[in-house]
Design a protein around this ligand. Structure first.
Ligand SMILES: [Zn+2]
Length: 107
C-alpha cells in the first residue's frame, strides 16, 4: 500500500511531470503573483492553485497550475500550512493585500 505522499512524490519524479512543467514554464515564464504586483520575476516553480492533496485529476489539470518564483511559492505553502488554503493568484483575481506575509520582508 503506497502512502499518499509517496505516490505524489512519484508524480513529481516522473518524466511526464518534468516535461509538462518545463513546457508550462516556457509558455508562462513569469511569476503570476509578482506580476500582479507589477513585478517581473522569472518563475521557477509550477504550483497547484488548489492543493491537489494527492488527487490525480487536480494534480495533472493544467488549469490548476500557476507559475511562481521561489519566494512566492514558499509564501503560498506557508499560507496553506497555516490556514489550510491558498490565496495565490485566484481565477477571480484574488487581491494580493500588501499585508500578506509574502509581501512583507521582500525588497
Ligand atoms: Zn513571485
Amino acid at each position: 500500500m503506497q502512502s499518499e505522499s509517496g505516490q505524489v512524490k512519484r508524480w513529481y519524479d516522473s518524466v511526464r511531470w518534468r516535461k509538462a512543467r518545463a513546457m508550462f514554464l516556457r509558455y508562462d515564464p513569469l511569476c503570476c503573483m509578482c506580476a500582479k504586483r507589477g513585478m517581473t520575476v522569472v518563475a521557477t516553480i509550477v504550483d497547484h492553485k488548489i492543493p491537489h492533496k494527492g488527487d490525480y485529476d487536480l494534480f495533472w489539470n493544467q488549469d490548476n497550475w500557476q507559475s511562481l518564483c521561489a519566494s512566492c511559492h514558499s509564501g503560498v505553502k506557508r499560507m496553506q500550512e497555516n490556514h489550510g488554503y491558498s490565496q495565490a493568484c485566484g481565477v477571480d483575481g484574488v487581491p494580493l493585500d500588501a499585508g500578506h506575509p509574502w509581501n512583507q520582508g521582500e525588497r
